[in-house]
Structures are given as C-alpha cells and as structure tokens.
Design a binder for this molecule. Structure first.
Ligand code: S3P
Length: 186
C-alpha cells in the first residue's frame, strides 16, 4: 500500500513525506525528482524547453508506472492531481492525503523556498498572492477528492504518523501491514 501526499506547491509534501518514510522505513519518492532523473533535466528546464503540456504528460505517465502494491511514500507535484483523470488514478494507486495549508502560508513558504518553481518564478508578492489564491480555488476541487485531508496542525512527520495510526491506515508497530479489517476486506 502506498501513501500519496498531495497539495499545493510549498505545502510541505516532500519534507513531511521524507520524514515519514524514515520513520516507517519505507521508500520515499518525490515525483518531481523522479521525473528530473528520468529526463536528465530539471523541472525548470522541462517547462522552458518542452512546455508545461509535455511535463503534464510526463506526470501522467509517471502515475501509470506506480506499482499499487509497493510500500512507498510518494510526494506528488502540486499540479499532478489537477490534470486528466490523475486524481482518480492516484486514488487507485494508494491512500491519498491532502495537506491543506492556508493560501497566505503557502505564499510565505514559496517566497522562502530554495526550490525554484517555473509557475511562480519572478512573481512579486502581490502577483504571487493573487496567483496562489486563484490557483488554489481552482485546484481544491481535485485535492478534496483525496481519501483524507489534514490541516496545518499535522505539520510534522511525527504528527502525520500519529494521524495514520489513528485512522488505521497503518498499524503502530507493524507499518508494512494493513489493519486486519482492511486485509479481510481485501
Ligand atoms: C507544480 C508544482 C511543482 C512542480 C512543477 C509544477 C504545480 O511541484 O511539479 O513546478 O503545477 O503546482 P511541488 O508541488 O513539489 O512544488
């Protein structure tokens, strides 16, 4: 069973996902990094030389390559759930969790991030504010189709781990196995 973290750019999918994977001793995958490795190009370069549409095709192909039976924590690019039928496909590939963050916090985090994002690079604070508010309004219809939604209170790997145990998505001491009830249901 995979755990798939979705949410807007800057919502903390990668750092939370990486921390969670360490705790569970599962593999961690960041889809942006995986696509960069596959293509031998940064996301910024892919956008610049081949365009966003091509990048979205690469994301779609990546989802198809995910083995739903593996035990991975997967942090997906912020736009991935919002194109094609990707959100439905992600829901079939694992347990999806939407990391909800208020737009103001996302703007702050994006402004202080070292990771350059092609969609927001070079924007002023005012432009970024408008862009994030508008994008989030549109994208939430997709993000909200995730199996679970967690608020900013779940802001650390420890808390996310506790949440997963509480919701019986994983067992406290036996992370590679699903809860009994779920195994019985198949
Ligand atoms: C994007 C988010 C980025 C990356 C690309 C496009 C988006 O990933 O896939 O720059 O459309 O929201 P992160 O959410 O990891 O920043």
């Amino acid at each position: 069973m995979n755990i798939i973290l979705i949410g807007y750019m800057g919502s903390g999918k990668s750092s939370l996902g990486c921390g969670l994977a360490k705790r569970l001793k599962w593999k961690f995958v960041d889809t942006d990094k995986a696509i960069e490795q596959q293509q031998g190009q940064s996301i910024l370069d892919i956008f610049e030389t081949k365009g966003e549409e091509h990048f979205r095709e690469l994301e779609r192909a990546y989802i198809q390559s995910i083995d739903s039976e593996s035990n991975q924590i997967i942090a997906v690019g912020g736009g991935m759930p919002c194109f094609f039928d990707n959100m439905e496909q992600l829901n079939l590939k694992g347990t999806t969790i939407y990391l909800h963050r208020p737009p103001g916090e996302l703007v702050y985090r994006l402004q202080h991030s070292k990771n350059p994002r092609p969609l927001v690079v070079g924007k002023s604070t005012e432009e970024l504010n408008l862009f994030v508010h508008e994008a989030l309004t549109y994208r939430e219809q997709f993000y909200k189709r995730a199996h679970y939604q967690v608020s900013r209170k779940i802001g650390s790997a420890t808390r996310l781990h506790d949440f997963l145990v509480q919701e019986q998505i994983i067992l406290p001491n036996d992370p590679l196995h699903r809860p009994q009830s779920e195994q019985e249901l198949g």
